[in-house]
Design a protein around this ligand. Structure first.
Ligand code: NDP
Length: 287
């Protein structure tokens, strides 16, 4: 058996087309959706992520502003910067690129973002609303995975989804979103004994581990849908996922490649969340 490849680049482009149409509609009403991206320090990976986010905003006609702050900025000064962005009417979404330098408390910083502008969906208010199934901004990577499954016609209700990884930004919210679509969800992590005994039960397997080629054919049930969230560099400095694609694609019914799978969806959903924030702001003003 060989798998159908879930093409995140193509699905992402399709969604971005629809988002661009919404941007045009907002512009015709005098509103340009605006995203502020805060980058603290000189982390090369963070710089690349931020540049990609800005480029993607511009490509669909959105406004984006990069706020570069020095590595040694105080937590207080960063909080003041966020507070100012919270009040700006041309900024609808605020994103703080993580990780932050050690002397800054990330939780405090994320909490300072106004829930109306929390387009990353990381603040406790956004997370709480997501848990309750209320209207909120969903965290971009798990939201992107849900869109990949939806666009690929993969049934979720009644399926057993196994998540490998329980981080706040990927694993935990991923399980929650699948649960809301009536999957039976199992979380696994580094303390899970005999991991394959769990992953082999998965109809839908989500790998969010951060270890190159960690998931092999011994983890997979034939016909499973395999979503690889991992972005890692192997020994040859090549970009690879958490899943050994060559082996696993022999068994899976559907699989995402790396690159070109989940990656393009994360930025796509960030754009969508920001446009949604601008639409909601317009609605509030009209009331
Ligand atoms: P974290 O390091 O925060 O979490 C990794 C998770 O994997 C932890 O829950 C950890 O368990 C678990 N884990 C580690 N080793 C094992 C093991 N041997 N067996 C089972 N579970 C294990 O990573 P993130 O969630 O932030 O990211 C995961 C991957 O996804 C990374 O490669 C990252 O680069 C990528 N990523 C990709 C994105 C995209 O846009 N495609 C966006 C965000 C992340 P424990 O909790 O017990 O430590």
């Amino acid at each position: 058996m060989s798998s159908a490849i879930i093409n995140g680049k193509e699905i992402g482009q399709e969604i971005r087309g629809a988002v661009a149409t919404r941007v045009e509609a907002l512009k015709s009403k005098g509103v340009t959706p605006g995203l502020a991206v805060i980058l603290v320090g000189d982390n090369p990976a963070s710089k690349t992520y931020v540049a990609n986010k800005q480029k993607s905003c511009e490509q669909i006609g959105m406004f984006s502003e990069l706020i570069k702050l020095p590595e040694d900025i105080s937590e207080q000064a960063l909080l003041e910067q966020i507070s100012e962005l919270n009040t700006r009417s041309d900024i609808h979404g605020i994103l703080v690129q993580l990780p932050l330098p050690k002397h800054i408390d990330e939780d405090q910083v994320i909490q300072a973002i106004s829930p109306e502008k929390d387009v990353d969906g990381f603040s406790p208010i956004s997370v709480g609303k997501m848990m309750l199934g209320q209207d909120t901004y969903l965290p971009c990577t798990p939201y992107g995975v849900m869109k990949l499954l939806e666009h690929s016609g993969i049934e979720i209700a009644g399926k057993h989804a196994v998540i490998v990884g329980r981080s706040h930004i990927v694993g935990k919210p991923m399980g929650q979103l699948l649960l809301q679509k009536d999957a039976t969800v199992t979380y696994t992590h580094s303390k899970t004994p005999n991991l394959p005994s769990f992953t082999k039960q998965a109809d839908i397997l989500i790998a969010a581990v951060g270890r190159p080629n960690f998931i092999t054919k011994e983890h997979i049930k034939e016909g499973a849908v395999v979503i690889d969230v991992g972005i890692n560099r192997n020994e040859q400095n090549k970009l690879v996922g958490d899943v050994n694609f060559t082996e696993v694609s022999e068994l899976a019914s559907h699989i995402t490649p790396v690159p070109g799978g989940v990656g393009p969806m994360t930025i796509t959903m960030l754009l969508e969340n920001t446009v949604q924030a601008a639409e909601k702001e317009l609605e509030r003003q009209a009331k």
